[in-house]
Design a protein around this ligand. Structure first.
Ligand SMILES: C[S@@+](CC[C@H](N)C(=O)[O-])C[C@H]1O[C@@H](n2cnc3c(N)ncnc32)[C@H](O)[C@@H]1O
Length: 633
């Protein structure tokens, strides 16, 4: 009765819309026992932005309807004091790919006993990732977990798999196995024979402030525009020669094409200054642009050349069939067993023999472009038949029983890849514009690579994310292939290239003359916690600044330079690389025309990048990136 009376008076003081929002929150909470997100409020009331939704929440908080703690819109408080408990936030948990559990010391969250029930011990975790969005669990939420080591079918649990990788998923037992089911239709379940349950989710706490931060830019100098039309969720990304070989942080072809189509025209000469495996170059060839590609990783150069060189599919198929015949006939004593460091650690003996036979057979192909093209499938075969965990960019060896049972069908793997690649080349050969060219340069983009000044009509690129030793380890990723396919002069040097890439060598100190306030602010915050990491970040930005200068030199005045970049998290500091690039580039002689934010639905990114595998050293999963559009003045 009393509560109702209070409601009536207060409702009288609210506007009609505020009352509707409050009612919606109450009904929602009664149904779900947690609050709706700002996005859900925005959608329900067809509001212009999440900040309008936030405005209503603030008003309801000011009027006393919603609790201000944690910015969570809760139901109206009752008068009697409630018993509260302080729950430790033990770290972050991935609602996505499993990550190593990390700890955030000394953080706690206070909630009332009623919200979590009287029984049990509890802890809280901060959620990273979007695999549980259909369960109402979003990136940045805090989940309260009741400690228990058993769970019922369908409960949302903290599960630890493969020794120390924790994930938040719905748990099901089926056919003697466990299924860890994401609540996101775009993601696949994980199956395991063993799962260790560390607790069950009993409450979700949404941090509306952090959602607001993520949802829109607070900065006045530059504005980030969220544009979902750039996501290309669910679209085919492996058409033509795009799928012939995996490479870290590849472009979604649709993004590359759209940028090229928007900012250049047929017959133009474009450049990708960090071309990687050459996705933008493939697209440029398909839409009639001439292209330069530059990269400092020999494996990238090798792949980019293979992807962009059209080969007559009939000739290719003929050579391929002859190759399969030849492999069968090679005797064990006719092969040369490669002898690089740790070969027996990464490959089983009979795998080495089969790979060596395949390599010998490929090397006898006279046409060099065909030989290289089939070497690409061989390179994938090396990775898939090695003792490494698939789905990792870093070299991690499978363990125990799995290693024992590991018995890859080397020729079968090669055939699968080669045939898929030939199909891709057939498409590419048909559609690639015959009168356009692609030139691929092995070089450092922070230096002059011989491209003439003011000669390029458009640059489309995606720089490394920085600190390649700990995030996307291009060198590590390339090492096993490199040791087999002879792209490095000394194959044992392959992982060393990470030191030469942007950000690969930390600076001696933190003194610099780069004029970016955003960079300065980030460096200060990181240096307070870890000076060495701040030096890594500075080194990356110093290198990037030199690359921007070179880009400015080669591009024609008035033309566009598009960079697809990720804003990394280092030591829990989000580095606004997009804004830093904009600031640095404007000093060099560009104008920042646009910053578009897109989701990364399928991009292969590192899921764990702990440099040392120390608990607490894990730093990020990236699920958004920015497209910075610059124009030379
Ligand atoms: C994000 S990847 C590019 C991926 C590419 N868009 C694709 O689709 O495969 C960044 C690339 O930058 C290269 N890189 C790093 N530092 C470089 C430098 N100083 N000069 C040239 N390339 C560099 C890395 O080797 C890597 O291939």
């Amino acid at each position: 009765m009393y509560t109702f009376y209070l409601f009536s008076i207060l409702t009288y003081m609210l506007t009609k819309k505020q009352t509707q929002v409050l009612d919606f929150i109450k009904v929602y909470m009664a149904k779900h026992s947690y609050a709706p997100s700002l996005e859900e409020i925005k959608k329900k009331f067809k509001l212009a932005s999440v900040s309008t939704a936030h405005y209503y929440i603030s008003k309801l908080q000011d009027a006393g309807f919603l609790n201000k703690e944690h910015n969570q819109p809760r139901a109206v408080s009752t008068v009697e004091a409630k018993q509260t408990v302080e729950i430790p936030i033990l770290g972050a948990i991935a609602a996505g790919q499993p990550i190593e559990a990390i700890e955030i010391p000394d953080e706690t969250i206070t909630i009332t006993r009623d919200e979590i029930g009287k029984q049990g011990k509890h802890y809280a975790l901060r959620v990273q990732g979007s695999s549980m969005i259909d369960e109402g669990i979003f990136d940045g939420d805090i989940v309260v977990i009741r400690k228990q080591d058993v769970a019922e079918n369908g409960q949302t649990v903290v599960a630890v798999i493969d020794d120390n990788e924790a994930t938040l998923k719905k748990l099901y037992r089926e056919n003697g196995k466990f299924r860890l089911q994401p609540a996101n239709p775009t993601l696949f379940p994980i199956y395991r024979d063993e799962v260790e349950v560390r607790g069950v989710v009993v409450k979700i706490i949404r941090n509306l402030e952090s959602q607001l931060d993520q949802g829109q830019s607070r900065d006045e100098k530059y504005v980030r525009k969220i544009d979902y039309s750039w996501d290309y969720r669910g679209e085919k990304t492996k058409s033509y020669t795009h799928g012939i070989h995996t490479y870290p942080a590849m472009f979604i072809p649709q993004v590359g094409r759209r940028l090229l189509e928007t900012y250049s025209k047929e017959g133009d000469t474009i450049c990708d200054i960090f071309c990687g495996s050459g996705s933008a170059l493939v697209e440029s060839r398909l839409i009639g642009r001439n292209a330069y590609g530059i990269d400092l990783n020999p494996l990238a150069i090798f792949l980019a050349k293979a992807k962009t060189t059209p080969i007559n599919p009939q000739k290719l198929t003929k050579e391929y069939i002859a190759l399969l015949d030849r492999v069968e006939k090679i005797k064990d004593n006719e092969i040369k067993r490669p002898n690089f460091k740790n070969i027996d650690f990464w490959f089983k003996d009979k795998v080495i023999v089969k790979l060596a036979k395949l390599k010998k057979a490929i090397r006898t192909i006279k046409d060099e472009t065909i030989q290289n093209f089939l070497m690409v499938a061989f390179s994938e075969t090396v990775r898939y038949s090695s003792n490494t965990k698939t789905g990792e960019f870093k070299l991690v060896r499978v363990k125990g029983d799995k290693l024992e049972k590991h018995d890859p069908d080397v020729i079968g793997i090669f055939r699968k890849h080669a045939e898929k690649n030939i199909a891709g080349m057939t498409e590419f050969y048909k559609d690639a514009k015959k009168d356009s060219w692609t030139k691929i340069i092995y070089g450092d983009s922070s230096k002059d690579n011989g491209i003439k000044a003011n000669s390029i009509d458009c640059i489309v690129t995606s720089p490394p994310y920085g600190d390649s030793r700990t995030t996307v380890a291009y060198g590590q990723f390339s090492r096993l292939s490199a040791q087999w396919i002879d792209v490095f002069e000394d194959p044992n040097d392959a992982s060393g290239i990470d030191n030469d890439l942007l950000g690969g060598r930390a600076t001696k100190d933190l003194i610099h003359t780069l004029s970016s306030d955003y960079l300065k602010e980030s460096l200060e915050k990181i240096a307070k916690q870890d000076e060495a990491r701040a030096k890594d970040v500075l080194s990356f930005n110093l290198g990037l600044n030199e690359c921007l200068k070179q880009a400015h030199r080669i591009i024609k005045p008035g033309k566009y330079f598009c960079l697809v970049v990720g804003n990394r998290l280092v030591k829990q500091v989000r580095i606004p690389t997009d804004f830093i690039i904009a600031e640095l580039a404007e000093k060099i002689g560009f104008t920042c025309e646009d910053i578009i934010v897109r989701n990364i639905p399928g991009k292969r990114m590192p899921i764990k990048n702990s440099p040392t595998n120390i608990v607490g050293a894990l730093e990020e999963t990236m699920n958004k990136e920015s497209i910075v559009v610059l124009r030379k003045n």
